[in-house]
Design a protein around this ligand. Structure first.
Ligand SMILES: Cc1ncc(COP(=O)(O)O)c(C=O)c1O
Length: 391
């Protein structure tokens, strides 16, 4: 076999969404009738004009050295701008460029964090439902994922997390706002998780770290839902990107911040910069670093998302679908009527609607809708969802 056993196994396991995408292509070719594809979190929204202006400006200037290698952590000016923005949003003093490494998206940031923290066999606690890539990322660095359940409303369950902690636990990986559920964790829950980790870190050689994967941090639609892991716990690594908040996932620009409240953050930061290098990223894309430095207070059109969220959430609940309140990101995660998500997605597929089964996120019995799509797609999908529910 020309490729490793592990990778051939991953190829089988990791093809969920791609298979659905290919199914959509096939359905489109088969008939001229529209296909309503709600599978992929690839926003159908162009970046804001300010992004385009900043890009033209950054690309047009004839600055000597603009295309050279740089420090592995990235440009100081960009790192400082990121630190100020994250610190302000979290209400956290003392954030500076010294705690930030610019990365190749949030995916790069998570891999950098896990490379820094994990020894072979170390455990990473992940709450279900989860972003599919986490298991691959943890295993990239010799880690082992331990899954725990969330509560009925998909809020984190601090007691379940506590029950899963062993002497091998090194990281608790959370994702707030959450993909696939759209749930934003309340501050009180994050504080309780912080208390658990603090208690279980006491007396250890190294603390248990909270790794918050937060690429949807600015996609929160209700003001009272702005919550922060950095406020909840001192040993927090905050991974994020501009894939969603500026709508530029193809540009691969993100960052990782170690909390200034973490004792010994300097050593963690040194590890982060080195991991960026030895994972082969070397540094985040230079041009994009220059662009996002001036866009830290900006975000794509939140109203565009909010309107879709409101519409689809109220339509689904009126139809009788049970779905947790989606305070952020651009997903809903309703219960599959009848309880069998695999059968349910087939029923929808017959009506030319594509959604992802909860099984793909470790949570059978549910399905994910990505609503970052055109209104016409939502219209067609809602008609089919209504017809299926009536049956
Ligand atoms: C929960 C979650 N984490 C990480 C990522 C990866 O983000 P990026 O494109 O910035 O690497 C995504 C992308 O969809 C995501 O949904």
């Amino acid at each position: 076999m020309p490729i490793s056993k592990q990778l051939s196994e991953y190829l089988k396991r990791g093809s969920w969404i791609r298979n659905l995408f290919e199914e959509g292509q096939r359905l489109s070719k088969e008939s001229a009738e529209p296909v309503y594809d709600l599978t992929i979190g690839n926003p159908d929204l162009e970046p804001i004009q300010k992004f385009k202006t900043a890009l033209e400006h950054a690309a047009g200037g004839n600055v000597p050295g603009a295309h050279k290698y740089m420090a592995n952590a990235g440009y100081e000016e960009t790192r400082e701008a990121v630190a100020q923005s994250v610190g302000r949003d979290a209400g956290l003093d003392g954030c500076s460029k010294d705690q930030v490494v610019m990365t190749v998206g949030a995916a790069g940031a998570i891999n950098v964090a896990l490379k820094v923290l994990l020894n072979p066999g170390d455990e990473v606690i992940v709450s279900r439902p989860y972003f599919v890539e986490y298991q691959f990322y943890a295993e990239n660095h010799g880690g082992k994922v331990v899954f725990v359940d969330t509560k009925a409303d998909f809020d984190l369950d601090p007691q379940a997390i506590e029950a899963a902690i062993t002497d091998k636990t090194k990281v608790v990986l959370i994702n707030n706002p959450n993909n696939p559920s759209g749930v934003v964790y309340p501050q009180q829950t994050l504080d309780e998780v912080g208390d658990v980790l603090r208690r279980h870190s006491a007396g250890r050689e190294a603390p248990i770290f909270l790794l918050d994967d937060a690429p949807y941090r600015k996609l929160v639609y209700d003001m009272d839902l702005c919550t922060s892991s950095l406020k909840a716990y001192e040993n927090t690594l905050f991974a994020s990107s501009h894939s969603k908040d500026l709508g530029i996932p193809g540009e691969r620009i993100g960052f990782l911040l170690i909390s200034p409240r973490c004792q010994g953050w300097q050593r963690v930061f040194a590890g982060m910069a080195f991991a960026n290098r030895c994972l082969g990223f070397v540094n985040a894309p230079a041009l994009m670093q220059r662009v996002v430095a001036s866009l830290q207070d900006d975000v794509i059109d939140l109203d565009w998302y909010r309107k879709k969220r409101d519409r689809i959430y109220s339509a689904l609940t009126e139809l009788g679908y049970q779905t947790p309140y989606p305070g952020g990101a651009f997903y809903l995660f309703p219960k599959a009527p009848g309880g069998d998500d695999m059968a349910f997605i087939e029923t929808l597929k017959a009506k030319r609607v594509l959604v992802v089964p909860g099984t793909g996120f470790g949570q059978p019995g549910y399905f994910r809708i990505a609503y970052c799509v055109k209104d016409e797609t939502i219209d067609g999908a809602l008609q089919a969802l209504a017809a299926v529910m009536r049956k």
